[in-house]
Ligand binder design. Structure first.
Ligand code: SF4
Length: 441
């Protein structure tokens, strides 16, 4: 087993402070870093020896023999145990769970985000199929702590098996229901879940608490139940590996991957990469980032996706249309550079509102305001191609205007969608898009 690298910041808030030093022996579940303000405890995911404590991570050399048992957290109130276990939003947000659920919803709702909106990722749905009971117990703990009267699983209708497992598992639960979501992106955005389930459209600045609700990810509920029932610290992560893999491009789901495992080790476990590879994405196709084989899995890693190569635009002029729910402008610039394009114009969807911290939030996720004006801007600025990062609805409306202006369209997820055999995010067929590439790739 190779060294594990455990990052000191795997959550919203400041980095944790290390509580171990080089040379220390640690067990699975030993506290190795603690928060100094907003944050969450961090634990060793292996038995081994600390080899380095760096500014941003702790490196541990695992023992050859690993035991299943772990150091349990201390008994306490349910909320104290969730705090001690260092549970954070495992869907990618990383907000400390104990802080989020320490609320009085006054008989409101805990909405379970089971949308698994990022194409290709499967670990949340598989968790429901295989471990619905414990997930539901996690929901009941959160409902009790936050004084919620109702729990609702928000899940896409297309996940028929998981929906039927859930239906069976909640048949005697009078206060837990299921809400079926359509298969569009983004349905997993927090305010989209509130809108779909409760019919309340929150402002981008409002939190779900404004609708007497908390939105919580499926895996987070599992970690809550583990903390309370098993006294288990949060040191592992469920991850989907999909893409350019030797055996096939089908998704593989790995439960309880030790946090700190390298991307390369996990890909090896999945059979290794099939060259040529364009990039490796950590996360989902829309919101993931490029990563390296050396980078570690964290508490918020959902997917690892080696992709096919990028098409070559041979230095052509490109406009970028940035969405609040897709990649950042920086990520889109990175993709443009990997396609050998030159950015000449950047626009944002007009529903992408900028928050005080610089983050973008959509005013009404998945409901397109029309994109013709942005396409006109790109044309005026001399773009031949545009790369869009939009939701399903907006990507389709781009196709209503861009081709008429002779702008050729790529979606930032195209290389991933082609890799995993998923339809591209726009109405044009794949073959028409391929024809548009200058080198005919
Ligand atoms: S409406 Fe605009 S900002 Fe909102 S999800 Fe769609 S493309 Fe993104």
């Amino acid at each position: 087993m190779n060294n594990v690298q455990i990052l000191l910041r795997q959550h919203v808030g400041a980095p944790c402070e290390a509580t171990v030093k080089a040379g220390d022996k640690v067990k699975k579940g030993t506290l190795i870093a603690a928060p100094t303000g907003l944050g969450a405890n961090i634990f060793s995911s292996v038995y081994g020896t600390v080899t380095e404590v760096l500014d941003d991570r702790i490196v541990i050399k695992p023992d050859e023999k690993q035991k299943d048992e772990f150091v349990p957290i201390k008994e306490g109130s349910k909320l104290e145990m969730i705090t001690s276990a260092g549970v954070v939003g495992m869907g990618g947000a990383g907000f400390p769970t104990a802080v989020k659920i320490k609320a009085d919803l006054n008989g409101g709702y805990v909405l379970v985000n089971a949308a698994e909106c990022e194409p290709g990722l499967k670990h949340n749905i598989i968790q429901i199929e295989e471990n619905a009971e414990k997930t539901i117990r996690g929901l009941k703990y959160v409902m009790e702590i936050s004084n919620a009267a109702k729990g609702v699983f928000a899940i896409k209708k297309k996940n028929e098996k998981a929906v039927s497992v859930l239906r069976e598992a909640i048949k005697n639960e009078s206060n837990i229901t299921i809400h079926l979501l359509p298969d569009i992106y983004p349905m997993g955005e927090e305010r989209a879940v509130v809108r779909e389930v409760l019919g309340i459209l929150l402002d981008p600045t409002q939190l779900p608490s404004a609708a007497d609700a908390i939105v919580i990810n499926v895996e987070t509920l599992l970690r809550v139940a583990e903390a309370i029932e098993d006294k288990k610290p949060c040191f592992s992560k469920n991850v989907t590996v999909i893409g350019q893999l030797n055996d096939s491009n089908e998704p593989r789901v790995y439960m309880d991957v030790p946090v700190g495992t390298s991307v390369g080790d996990l890909i090896e476990r999945a059979g290794g990469m099939r060259e040529p590879v364009g990039e490796i994405v950590m996360g989902g196709p829309f919101t993931g980032k490029s990563t390296t084989l050396e980078d570690p899995i964290t508490k918020t890693t959902g997917g690892i996706i080696p992709t096919i190569e990028f098409p070559d635009l041979h230095g052509a002029n490109v406009g970028l249309l940035v969405c609040a729910c897709g990649g950042s402008e920086d990520r889109m610039r990175e993709i443009c550079a990997k396609m050998n394009g030159k950015v000449v114009s950047v626009a944002r969807c007009k529903q992408a509102a900028e928050m005080k911290n610089g983050a973008l939030k959509c005013e009404n996720p998945g409901n397109c305001p029309g994109q013709a004006a942005k396409c006109l801007q790109f044309k005026k600025d001399g773009a031949e191609y545009i790369i869009i990062g939009n939701c399903s609805d907006c990507s389709n409306t781009v196709m209503g205007s861009a081709p008429k202006m002779k702008l050729k369209v790529f979606h930032m997820t195209d290389h991933i969608m082609r890799t995993i055999g998923h339809p591209l995010y726009r109405r044009l067929t794949v073959s028409k898009q391929v024809d548009q590439l200058p080198n005919g790739k």
